[in-house]
Design a binder for this molecule. Structure first.
Ligand code: NAD
Length: 288
């Protein structure tokens, strides 16, 4: 255990992501006090009972008194409202950060709401999670050896950035910094598009099949490909509304490549198919 990095940490939204951040820092003694806020009374009760936080408040204003760091881990589409509420509070020199899965829309909302205080807002996104959600799933080791992307802006205060960076490193995360635009492009390609394809494929097959009979014949490949269609529909609905432009760009590129594959199947062009499949296998070997 090292000395605490911060005095009072406030975590807004005690689900899987906020709960795991709070619990991990608390377990490692990184904060003198961890205060939780959540709209849901049962989540607040469980957060205290499971040792995720020291105490909870139902009101944001009460929780943020004397805060040194405020982590926003609410659903993406709730960020704007929470940021607007924070703008009305006296937060002193508190550092603000978030964990939203898309960054452009959260950054725009923060810039609008926070005014001069925007410099103390450090946008972030932990690339970790699971199909589980809620405070019961909070796990202090969730972020170990996972990437966390911080997307500071030109005006982001260097001290605020270093503090948030240090908190994630204390959780053994592998922290990287990149631009908001690059983050949203990369995540649209590697996370958002695959989720859209998995949800879309399962739904398409389900409504073509009487009583879901077709799934009785699904083998390992289908299970692997569609595992992520078991993710939280509400969270994903938020992500596609928040990251529309980047998702549309990659989706259109993918659609045109899919059309080329369709044409190759149509004209029985084995040479083309073999070329695509071989290139894909080689590319995949680079990251697996
Ligand atoms: P979750 O559903 O498990 O938890 C969200 C919590 O926020 C709930 O307890 C809910 O009651 C609370 N909440 C909602 N509106 C609120 C408000 N206005 N004020 C206070 N509390 C409020 O969700 P999660 O999976 O922990 O996701 C939280 C954030 O982290 C989202 O922005 C999401 O995009 C991001 N994220 C999720 C994952 C993942 O895989 N789950 C990964 C990386 C980032």
């Amino acid at each position: 255990r090292s000395a605490p990095l911060v005095g009072r940490l406030v975590v807004v939204g005690l689900g899987l992501i906020g709960g795991s951040f709070a619990k991990g820092l608390r377990e490692r003694g990184m904060c003198r006090e961890v205060v939780g806020v959540d709209l849901d009374a049962e989540s607040r009760r469980l957060a205290v009972q499971l040792g995720v936080v020291d105490r909870c408040e139902s009101e944001l204003a009460a929780a943020c008194v004397g805060a040194d760091v405020i982590m926003l881990a609410v659903p993406i589409l709730a960020m704007e409202k929470v940021l607007a509420q924070l703008a009305d509070l006296d937060l002193g020199a508190a550092v603000l950060t978030d964990a939203g899965s898309a960054k452009g829309n959260v950054v725009r909302a923060a810039r609008r709401a926070l005014g001069e205080r925007f410099a103390r807002f450090v946008p972030g996104h932990p690339i970790a999670g699971s199909e589980k959600s809620g405070v019961e799933a909070a796990n202090g080791k969730l972020y170990r050896r996972h990437k966390v992307i911080l997307t500071p802006l030109a005006e982001t205060d260097a001290g605020a950035l270093a503090l948030v960076d240090g908190l994630w490193r204390a959780l053994d995360a592998d922290v990287e910094h990149m631009s908001v635009e690059h983050h949203d492009e990369v995540l649209a390609a590697t996370s958002h598009l695959p989720h859209l394809l998995a949800f879309g494929l399962v739904d398409s097959l389900a409504h073509q099949s009487e009583n879901l009979e077709i799934f009785r014949y699904a083998a390992g490949g289908f299970r692997d490909f569609t595992r992520i269609a078991g993710s939280d529909p509400l969270m994903w609905h938020d992500i596609f509304l928040a990251n529309r432009e980047a998702v549309l760009r990659i989706l259109d590129r993918f659609r045109s490549d899919l059309d080329v594959l369709r044409e190759a199947v149509d004209r029985g062009d084995g040479h083309h198919l073999l070329g695509v499949f071989t290139r894909a296998r080689v590319a995949r070997e680079h990251f697996s």
